[in-house]
Design a protein around this ligand. Structure first.
Ligand SMILES: [Zn+2]
Length: 322
């Protein structure tokens, strides 16, 4: 803690929390980007929307108490439709119009961010997109959603729904997606979909995407080929629309490395006739992107939006404490 010239005390850390449907990752991050503490707790989604809000508030208080003095701010990355000061709608958590102030009992400024866009903010300022003003951050995990970084900031669109590239239709009249539409990218290319589609066709239970990607079984090759095709179609469309300098692939499926990057790159290059394909590069911050982005939001809430560009982040995963 330091004392400002006005005589009031100011804190040198914020509380950062990345709220997922399964677990929440929280930490304390200093004004120089040091992760002073990081912990993970399960999200009590089965207990209802209010229980999750209470669990977040308890987690924030717990983290804040571990710091030296009071935190300067709180940054929260949450799923769904989000504004800076309210979680407007989250289907998987049952939220509707939850104000940011409901997430903590502490008297400190809070800023909310959309989970994927907050991860994109972190990749933009601290990770693979450092120094780039326009790129796509595309984590491929259980689902697929992107963050369009435009002029250095994640773009939310007119109503906050920007980035739903996972639900762009890539195959006309294709398989129905959980969202209700047909032929969505996510239905073919998310890690969950690759595992599910192989399981259905091969008549096995619970296949994982990582097994499908590396298998030489003809059914696996076919399922993976369709995933690659779907991704290259969506990325060609994105490239033509927004001219990204790079495409940053993250999430669990990006762990497949060359087995993902090489065929998608080849097909993307082939699809584009009159312009070059942007390089595909791996995300740098892994599962910490959301929490680190939330820390940047916490510092913005505290009136320090300039923090971040000179941080050196030490990326490591937090143990699960529940
Ligand atoms: Zn869909």
């Amino acid at each position: 803690m330091s004392t400002s010239s006005s005589g009031t005390t100011s804190s040198a850390f914020v509380v950062a929390l990345d709220v997922g449907g399964t677990s929440m990752k929280g930490g304390l991050v200093s004004d120089s980007g040091a992760v002073l503490l990081s912990e993970r707790r399960l999200t009590p989604r089965a207990d209802g929307p209010e229980a999750v809000v209470t669990a977040i508030s308890d987690f924030i208080s717990h983290l804040a108490a571990a710091g030296d003095g009071a935190p300067a701010g709180v940054g929260l990355a949450v799923p769904g439709l989000v504004s800076e000061d309210a979680a407007l709608y989250a289907a998987n958590l049952g939220w509707r119009d939850v104000p940011a102030t409901d997430f903590t009992t502490l008297d400190i400024p809070v800023m909310l961010g959309h989970d994927v866009r907050t991860g994109g903010l972190a990749e933009s300022i601290l990770g693979a997109g450092r120094g780039l003003s326009d790129f796509l951050f595309l984590p491929i995990g259980t689902g697929i959603a992107g963050a369009s970084i435009i002029r250095g900031e994640p773009y939310g669109g007119s109503s906050g729904w920007a980035g739903e590239i996972g639900h762009t239709p890539v195959f006309p009249d294709g398989e129905q997606c959980a969202c209700g539409q047909f032929g969505c990218l996510e239905t073919y290319a998310s890690a969950a979909s690759v595992g599910r589609r192989y399981s259905q066709r091969a008549g096995v239970e619970g296949a994982k995407a990582e097994q499908v990607v590396t298998s030489d079984d003809p059914i696996a090759i076919e399922v993976w080929d369709e995933a690659v095709e779907a991704l290259s179609l969506a990325l060609a469309t994105y490239t033509l629309l927004l001219d990204p300098s790079v495409i940053v692939l993250g999430g669990g499926l990006a762990e497949a490395g060359p087995a993902l990057f090489d065929p998608v790159r080849t097909r993307l290059v082939k699809r584009l006739a009159f312009r070059e394909a942007p390089p595909l590069i791996p995300a740098a911050l892994g599962v910490d992107a959301g929490m680190l982005g939330a820390a940047l939001l916490g510092w913005r809430a505290a009136g320090r939006p300039e923090l971040g560009p000179d941080w050196t982040v030490d990326v490591r995963s937090a143990p699960l404490v529940s």
